[in-house]
Design a protein around this ligand. Structure first.
Ligand code: DOR
Ligand code: ZN
Length: 345
């Protein structure tokens, strides 16, 4: 039995750090284990210009506790007003590593997102030209489409047409939740990749709804049927370069989650690496954890892998905190529903 696993320090290719006081509380939870993260721009107001991304990056670095090493990889929030030249300048300055597409209304703070995809064609073409990846929240918002079908429909109606119209555009399907997402990623070339969250490897839709509603398991895209969770597990542990970790760790305070209209998001930054080691061991694929968490992401983004290492050791069950305190209120840490024996040492 393997009792210890050393991998290159991981990166998180999809993270919500928020802003202001709560940023100071949630950032160390990621920086403790991760060297870099792709930072989501869905603040209020969203990070739409290069100047806003530069200012947000400074606030993140100011919030980083002394002695911790962490590099935020910034993104711009794509709107129908985005100036392709501003995007190109931010990329040329090394300020951003991706642009994020939210269909308007798809998720938290996505109101400024895209409704008419023809209006962002110029920016997408510029991105293909300068080889800047597009991160996509892959759900349609059409009220006639069932929430459990929104990812599959998005692939057919939006994603595939955008990619055909913009050859050379490199795309990350963020937080895929279905076998449809897995199959689409596998059927395409190296210009398409997909991130998978920690929580979607652990929960299916029963976890949210059986025996009473569990708001801390509610996120978007919502967890699907068990068959989809199993497809995500197979993809994550396969070692295939198309798949890498994007936790989508998304802190909301308990009052905002435990509400008649609760916010979407699971906060997994604190215990993600322990959960992943558990999942990969369960799948008999511990040797693939490094590819998923530390190698495939940098390869897609054209960045060097981290030189520092992280060691996980199996031992006594770890007691992670149920919640972390923030100045805005408590944030519940994702409960995988099983004891965690892998510790980051
Ligand atoms: O569950 C989610 N929470 N999904 C998203 O796409 C956004 C995120 C958030 O910002 O809270
Ligand atoms: Zn997200």
């Amino acid at each position: 039995m393997t009792l210890s696993l050393t991998i290159r320090r991981p990166d998180d290719w999809h993270l919500h750090l928020r802003d202001g006081a709560i940023l100071h509380s949630v950032l160390p939870e990621t920086a403790r284990h991760f060297e870099r993260a792709i930072i989501m721009p869905n603040l209020v107001p969203p990070v739409v210009t290069a100047a806003q991304a530069a200012a947000y990056k400074s606030r993140i670095m100011d919030a980083l506790p002394r002695g911790m090493s962490f590099t935020p990889l910034m993104t711009l929030y794509l709107t129908e007003e985005t100036d392709p030249n501003d995007v190109a300048a931010a990329h040329a300055d090394g300020l951003i590593n991706a642009v994020k597409l939210y269909p308007a209304g798809a998720t938290t703070n996505s109101a400024s997102g895209v409704t008419n995809f023809n209006k962002v064609r110029g920016t997408l073409e510029k991105m293909a030209e300068i080889d800047l990846p597009l991160c996509v929240h892959g759900e349609v918002t059409d009220p006639d489409v069932d929430i459990f079908d929104r990812e599959a429909v998005f692939i057919d109606r939006v994603l595939d047409p955008i990619r055909r119209a913009t050859p050379g555009l490199r795309v990350v399907m963020e937080h895929i939740t279905t076998s449809n997402g897995v199959e689409y990623a596998l059927s395409q070339g190296s210009d398409l990749a997909a991130t998978i969250t920690t929580h979607h490897l652990v929960i299916n839709r029963n976890h949210i709804l059986v025996g009473g509603i569990k708001p801390h398991y509610y996120c978007l895209p919502v967890a699907k049927r068990e068959e989809h969770r199993l497809a995500l597990r197979r993809a994550a542990v396969s070692g295939d370069k198309s798949f890498f970790l994007g936790t989508d760790s998304a802190p909301h305070t308990d009052p905002n989650k435990e509400s008649a209209c609760g916010c979407a998001g699971c906060f997994t930054a604190t215990n993600t690496m322990s959960i992943l080691a558990h999942v990969f061991e369960e799948e008999g694929a511990l040797e693939q954890l490094e590819a998923f968490a530390s190698l495939n992401g940098p390869a897609f983004y054209g960045l060097p892998v981290n030189e520092t290492k992280l060691t996980l050791t199996k031992g006594e069950a770890t007691n992670y905190p149920d919640k972390i305190d923030t100045p805005d209120g408590p944030v519940t840490v994702f409960d995988p529903g099983f004891p965690l024996y892998w510790n980051v040492t």
